[in-house]
Design a protein. Structure first.
Length: 641
């Protein structure tokens, strides 16, 4: 339902409305919520759609769909509740905060939720896993009797229906099912999608005479050791100062329309859990035919970029379809070992590749130095988890950015930036400057830990000064995390507004079409532009506003799934360590006191119950007092500093 509301807010073409949606649209036309001009449906100027926010004292704000639109104050809620999708009529002529009245409740923002059985007051009941409120979908007493306390179910919020039994809250294996089910994610693909994925033949270069044959070039891939989907391969031609970035040509296989493309749009992103991935595309494509595996021919979409090594600018670039033959699949550790003199070439191919990477490293180091004059180098720590076969947390390690990571990152940033320079209207990755209000809150918080906040001529200079102080205090990652939290969230947009964090005037996502639908759109658009196919590019751009908003939402869903899964693993670990003491650092003192454990295990976030005088970023010893497994919440008290 929310997808339809987004499209109608931005204007939806008649041929993009599904038969089921058409019935709803016809009803809304009759009620005059919508207007129709030619073949375009849109909301009547009197009406807006959005999500009802937190209810306080019988009133709430409607978070209106659309960019830069103010929320509406809703005074009379009727039967509406938090999280409802609403069509509201604007109340014109009132002074002060924009207000509206509810015309119709059309669904729930979250189409699915998770409920579980609790036993209170000598009876069982079904309650929402997160809020613990009773849910609208009901079990009869007879149905409840069949299940145990703690049994978990997937709920369809639109139909108020129990869809699926997931397991019991006491079983660690249910955590994955919980985080996926709340957004209706799943690993399995329907048979018609798999049939399409299995229908493609192996790559034979002779079948692609119009593609550029780059099989003689020494392309290689550099990825995490656990990676299976190789999106990108690189080759540096040192003689001609030319960087080739070859990207898996997913658009050759995933064409607009049809079951495969529909499923890719629905998923929009691959999801990466500590122990496995849930791919955007069937594994026959994501891990085999599209993946730029070594020693086999693969279809690629290639940016060939000639650099001026003095200015580090791209002086000329070409983008074209090609066939490549990666000579080697490296992991980051291998390349780092080579850079440190601990790994030698084993054959002629490796010798040439290593020599090329040595030269490329000088270029990417210089590119990074140049980039950071305008952009930012944030040092927030990523935690890698190791999970056993029973889905219990065994250990954590702090991910470290090394020379090999930096080399690949700069190559990808250059290709993404170059892709964004090819069009004015398309799909951009935008990141606006933080608001002055958020910056002031950040400055006040940092002043509280003893920082001297000097407001410089630019936000860049001010933040750089803060980072320098944080480094001297040994708080680089902690302060960088606060800075990141003060910023706007990066998103996809049809028009460019720059990328504040990277310091780029224009930026997009081009380099990961196996795992991001946004990149696939960019590939399709660039191909249409390259052959001057205005009809195709117009089709791609027709719904780009709604699509960019929908993809941004899907990205947030994937992020929530990954974050919540880790939180659930930490909670189960904490339950096994009740009463034990651990070293931790205070990460928040506003509203609630929170800490993060840095001990035999790192990254577990803890709520502090003790009411003592604790400063932000103070190092403490805490004792785990209680764990709420359904909410994945760990509570502790500080026993010493």
């Amino acid at each position: 339902m929310k997808s339809l509301l987004i499209r109608l807010t931005l204007g939806a073409n008649e041929q993009d409305i599904t038969p089921d949606e058409a019935k709803i649209v016809d009803q809304w036309l009759m009620k005059k919520y919508l207007t129709k001009k030619d073949s375009l449906y849109a909301f009547n100027s009197k009406y807006r759609a959005g999500t009802l926010g937190v209810i306080q004292k019988g009133t709430a704000y409607l978070h209106v769909i659309g960019e830069n639109v103010r929320d509406f104050f809703i005074e009379e809620l009727g039967s509406a509740s938090e999280g409802d999708l609403i069509i509201a009529q604007r109340l014109l002529g009132k002074r002060g905060t924009p207000s509206a009245k509810i015309s119709e409740i059309v669904g729930r923002e979250q189409s699915y939720s998770i409920a579980y059985i609790v036993f209170t007051e000598n009876c069982k009941s079904l309650v929402d896993l997160k809020t613990k409120f009773p849910i609208n979908a009901k079990f009869t007493a007879k149905e409840l009797a069949k299940y145990k306390t703690g049994d978990i179910f997937k709920i369809d919020n639109q139909k108020n229906k129990v869809l699926e039994y997931l397991g019991n809250i006491d079983d660690p294996l249910v955590d994955e099912k919980i985080v996926l089910a709340q957004f209706n994610k799943h690993d399995e693909f329907e048979e018609d999608v798999l049939n399409i994925a299995n229908s493609f033949p192996l790559v034979n270069a002779n079948n692609y005479p119009k593609r550029k044959d780059l099989r003689d070039l020494d392309f290689c891939t550099i990825d995490p050791v656990t990676a299976k989907d190789y999106d990108d391969a690189i080759y540096w031609d040192n003689k001609n100062s030319t960087l080739y970035v070859a990207i898996a040509d997913v658009s050759e296989y995933v064409k607009p329309f049809g079951a495969l493309d529909n499923e890719a749009i629905y998923r929009s992103f691959s999801i990466y859990l500590p122990h496995r991935s849930i791919p955007m595309l069937p594994r026959q494509l994501s891990e085999t035919l599209c993946s730029l595996q070594p020693h086999v021919d693969r279809l690629a979409y290639v940016f060939e970029m000639k650099l001026n090594l003095k200015t580090l600018e791209v002086t000329s670039s070409k983008i074209y379809e090609a066939v490549i033959h990666s000579k080697r699949r490296f992991n980051y550790e291998e390349i780092d070992a080579y850079f440190e003199g601990k790994l030698q070439a084993q054959n002629c191919d490796e010798k040439r590749i290593f020599d090329s990477l040595t030269q490329l490293r000088f270029v990417t180091n210089a590119l990074k130095i140049k980039r950071l004059k305008m952009g930012y180098d944030f040092r927030s720590v990523e935690i890698d988890m190791k999970i056993d076969k029973n889905s219990n947390l065994i250990s954590t390690t702090e991910a470290e950015e090394t020379a090999s990571h930096s080399l690949i990152e700069e190559c990808m940033l250059l290709a993404n930036k170059e892709a964004a320079s090819q069009y004015e209207h398309g799909l951009f990755r935008v990141h606006e400057q933080p608001s002055q209000n958020k910056l002031q809150i950040l400055y006040q918080e940092l002043a509280g830990i003893g920082m001297q906040i000097e407001i410089k001529n630019s936000t860049k200079e001010t933040i750089k000064n803060i980072q320098e102080q944080a480094k001297k205090m040994g708080l680089e990652s902690e302060v960088d995390t606060l800075i990141i939290q003060s910023q706007m969230q990066a998103r996809y947009a049809p028009l460019n507004s720059g990328h504040f964090g990277l310091g780029f005037e224009k930026y997009t996502h081009f380099t990961s079409p196996i795992r991001r639908y946004s990149d696939l759109i960019v590939h399709r658009l660039l191909k249409a532009i390259n052959i001057d196919d205005t009809k195709e590019s117009s089709y791609i751009l027709r719904n780009i506003e709604a699509l960019s908003m929908a993809i941004s939402e899907k990205e947030r869903e994937a992020s929530k799934i990954e974050t919540e899964f880790k939180a659930r693993k930490y909670a189960r670990w904490a339950e096994q360590n009740l009463g034990k003491e651990f070293k931790a650092r205070i990460t928040s003192t506003e509203v609630e006191i929170k800490a993060e454990i840095h001990d035999t295990l790192s990254g577990a976030r803890v709520f502090i119950n003790s009411d003592c005088n604790i400063a932000l970023f103070e190092d403490v010893i805490l004792r785990i007092e209680s764990v709420d497994i359904p909410h994945a919440k760990i509570s502790a008290i500080v026993v010493s500093k």
